[in-house]
Ligand binder design. Structure first.
Ligand SMILES: [Zn+2]
Length: 487
């Protein structure tokens, strides 16, 4: 099968035609969360972006195996094997077992992603469930001559690797610069080179998460887990490897080195990275006090937020920016997105009420092609959404009897909405989901108002309309009847 999908590949720093290794199969690996604290919004943006990518690949007819791991061991505080284990530290702080920490935040992570309506991955492997595979990979890297053991810890030999490979291939940095930006080794250091990183780490006596290995009791390094799990479920080389752009410089650079040293190949053909979040123009970070959690964004319980925004309205907001652009959170931008999302959903709610004409003035095939073109251009969701607002205009115009559409056109319109709004953008109408009873109640109130009007009791009918308006409900009258919406 062929498509005209073009993907920006971090590896080549340009857009490339997407040609899967074994079509129609597509292997997609995305670095998952480290489950030692609440998932932050930046991560959610990454997972919503890859959800869009996954959904569009499915729409194109690919059979996608989407693997997204859970990091539940081995992630130290410093990227370069420094500091405490994140799980052990948090466990001590909360007086829990490390696995209780893992369980608590894995459930929290799944809950948040469910609210964002992301599809679950095909496989969600955990690092602790794949210790044997990681040990095997480390053994192979040692056998191939690219790693060495010192006192129970195994290091990857970056200097030796760099002699025959380009260690900085992903980010195109100079090795010299990287060396200059890394601290000099001191007498305490075991590793030979400044850029060397740990594949396997000797466990201190107090370290709870520990496993036996050929090098003694220890635990795996963070980078090796993704290499071992992607290799196990997607093979030596697969199609797309993704994650947040903050992972490119160290984590993904080391993943490539490990796979090259073990399997003599770059693990992925296309490397995709999502951009960062900013708040009122400044980078979002906990330490700057401008980082809010998904829950705080939904409830509005944060000093920087005027009010809460629903998960679908936030998803819509995220998709209104391209995944490679920064996404700036501000009350104005969230407010505008919320209005846009509701305008889209209100128009879709009109669809079943549209009446077919004998002729049609709407060319849906052309609109569909423009939607596909937008998504084929490196998953350009903001352009797709702009096209969908053209569809909103058409729906409203047909509803107001200003544009004609035939029965076939109405069917195509419904399919277009199902495909692009629900299946690809992954949106759903929260209004209908949350307001089943409200729908019935509003129908009843509308009927009361109609009876008042029929009895020429305009005082009552105005009272109802104005009262609803004060609560944010708008009524729209037409020949076909009255519909309502909420702002
Ligand atoms: Zn990873």
């Amino acid at each position: 099968m062929s498509s005209n999908l073009v993907i920006y590949n971090t590896l080549s720093r340009k857009k490339e035609i997407f040609e899967p290794i074994n079509p129609p199969m597509v292997g997609l690996y995305v670095c998952g969360p480290t489950v030692y604290s609440d998932v932050h919004l930046g991560n959610c943006r990454t997972f919503v972006s890859f959800d869009l990518i996954y959904r569009y690949l499915l729409y194109l007819g690919y059979k996608v195996r989407y693997v997204r791991n859970i990091t539940d061991a081995g992630h130290l505080e410093g990227d370069r094997d420094e500091g405490d284990d994140k799980f052990a530290k948090k466990a001590k702080l909360e007086q829990l077992e490390p696995m209780e920490i893992v369980q608590k935040y894995t459930i929290g992570f799944h809950d948040v992603l469910r609210l964002f309506n992301t599809l679950p991955p095909s496989i969600e492997p955990t690092a602790t469930g794949h210790i044997a595979e990681q040990i095997e990979m480390v053994k192979q890297i040692i056998n191939n001559g690219y790693a060495y053991e010192v006192n129970g810890t195994v290091y990857f030999d970056v200097e030796k690797y760099s002699k025959s490979n380009d260690y900085t291939i992903l980010t195109n940095r100079q090795l010299e610069d990287m060396l200059n930006n890394t601290r000099e080794l001191g007498g305490q250091d075991e590793k030979r080179g400044r850029l060397d990183f740990a594949l396997w780490i000797k466990a201190k006596p107090e370290h709870i998460m520990r496993w036996p290995s050929p090098w003694g009791i220890g635990f795996p390094g963070w980078h090796i887990e993704c290499s071992a799990m992607s290799n196990k479920y997607l093979g030596h080389q697969f199609d797309i490897h993704g994650g947040g752009m903050d992972l490119a410089a160290t984590h993904h650079t080391n993943e490539i080195a490990q796979s090259q040293a073990c399997n003599h190949t770059n693990p992925a053909k296309y490397w995709m990275h999502t951009n960062m979040l900013t708040v009122n123009g400044a980078r979002m970070s906990k330490s700057a006090g401008n980082g809010f959690l998904p829950r705080e964004l939904f409830t509005g319980d944060h000093p920087l937020l005027n009010r809460g925004y629903s998960p679908m309205s936030v998803r819509f907001f995220m998709l209104q920016a391209h995944y490679r652009s920064t996404l700036d959170f501000s009350n104005d931008a969230l407010e505008a997105s919320d209005k846009g999302y509701r305008r889209l959903m209100n128009a879709i709610a009109l669809l079943p009420k549209l009446k077919p004409s004998a002729t049609s003035e709407v060319d849906l095939e052309e609109i569909k092609q423009r939607c596909i073109m937008a998504m084929n251009d490196d998953f350009n969701s903001p352009v797709l959404i702009a096209e969908l607002f053209e569809v909103v205009r058409i729906i409203n115009s047909v509803y107001d009897n200003k544009t004609k559409i035939d029965a076939k056109g109405l069917n195509e319109l419904q399919t277009l909405i199902n495909d692009f709004v629900f299946n690809i953008l992954g949106l759903k109408d929260e209004h209908i989901e949350n307001n089943g009873d409200l729908e019935k109640l509003m129908e009843f109130i509308i009927k009361l108002r109609q009876e008042a009007k029929a009895a020429k009791d305009y005082a009552t009918s105005d009272l109802i309309r104005n009262g609803l308006q004060e609560m944010g409900f708008q009524l729209k009258d037409s020949k076909e009847g009255t519909i309502w919406s909420k702002s």
